[in-house]
Ligand binder design. Sequence first.
Ligand SMILES: Cc1ncc(COP(=O)(O)O)c(C=O)c1O
Length: 411
Amino acid sequence: MPRLAARTGRAKPSAIMVIADTARQLKAEGKDVVNFSIGVPNFLPGDHVYAAVREWMPRDSGGYGSNRGAPALLDAIVAHFKDSGLDGYTRANVTVGIGAKQVLYNLCEALLDEGDEIVFPSPYWTSYVDIAEILGAKVTILPCPPEQRYKLTPAQLDKALQSNPKVFLFNNPSNPTGMVYSRDEVKALADVLVKHPNTWIITDDIYNRLVFDGIGYHNVVQFRPELRERTFIMDSLSKTYGMPGWRVGFVAGPEAGVKALVTLNSNHITCLPEITEAAAFAALTGPQDIPATKCEELSKRRDEVVNALVSIPGVKCPRPQGAFYAFPDISVAFGKSHNGKPIENDIDFCKALLEDKFVATVPGSAFGEPRSLRISYTCAPAQLQKGLDRIKQFFAELSGEEVQRARAVGA
Ligand SMILES: Cc1ncc(COP(=O)(O)O)c(C=O)c1O
């Protein structure tokens, strides 16, 4: 048999999907599973989006559309960026993709040759590593542990950029930590970035409408406009408009760079389906109350989750200020056991929690931080408290002695 291309071996199956599959299997067996593992919003787009789709159907051409995106949608995207405080972009600065994931893939393809360096902080969204590795880029990770609230410092960034990496990738608000960089923190990073003109910047801002506590959403180009010529800002309808399955992502950036993305689109996807573009247009131009209301609701859930987690002795949870994730440091459990199962690391912990308490979470090592785990708190309201109670109970049932016993008998 001829061999597969080497790049296929570099792509790893997502750890999140493995947990989700086990959770689904337990559910199918009739177990009462609380699913904190998948990062999907708990709401659908408003009726106006579905109405727009119905209205579009009789007019659908059934043909190919623009590689860049339908002109009306591009205008809506430009207006959306403006509404997010990112003024001055035109149709020539934006394009679409099949979700932010495909936009990111295009960006990495456009910016990185094999062996080029891409730098980003950890914890990171899992696909950052996978996409870079499929493309044969060199990945440099900047560890941002819980002690620094999972945030990158200007000094760390400055040091990392000394080697002139090709790309710096920055996610704010963050998946998996829910951390949001304040105005001053973003400004301080922008001040460092201007000193390193040989590095492209990608900002993954897809959770930008889900920011709590009045902290606001900020981007480096707002503080240092000279960064615009080498910054690409990614956004998507997946998380903020309740439309992950519609697969609409978009990006704003320098004209020549975006043109390259359009050329890649013409070879990868040709275009978004017309009907999807009609839905996206309706979401972006219609009533904006859904993201705002959901943001309010999610901030209350955040309180519930963080209060429960920090009430567990030894668990630390830097307070998230956006998205819908909490990322507690659960390393206090390492070296203990549950129901005779030794817990040596985050993977043992998540496995035992799922098998013994039917709560699905994602091990932090999937995101580059093996001391933590990710809780996505968009489940049904009744499930939330139940899941948190089970986690508390799990911790209360941990035993130190059993591990030693298990080790002594070589288990
Ligand atoms: C940080 C981050 N970026 C990008 C994506 C991809 O989003 P999309 O559904 O628009 O492809 C996700 C999805 O989980 C994400 O969490």
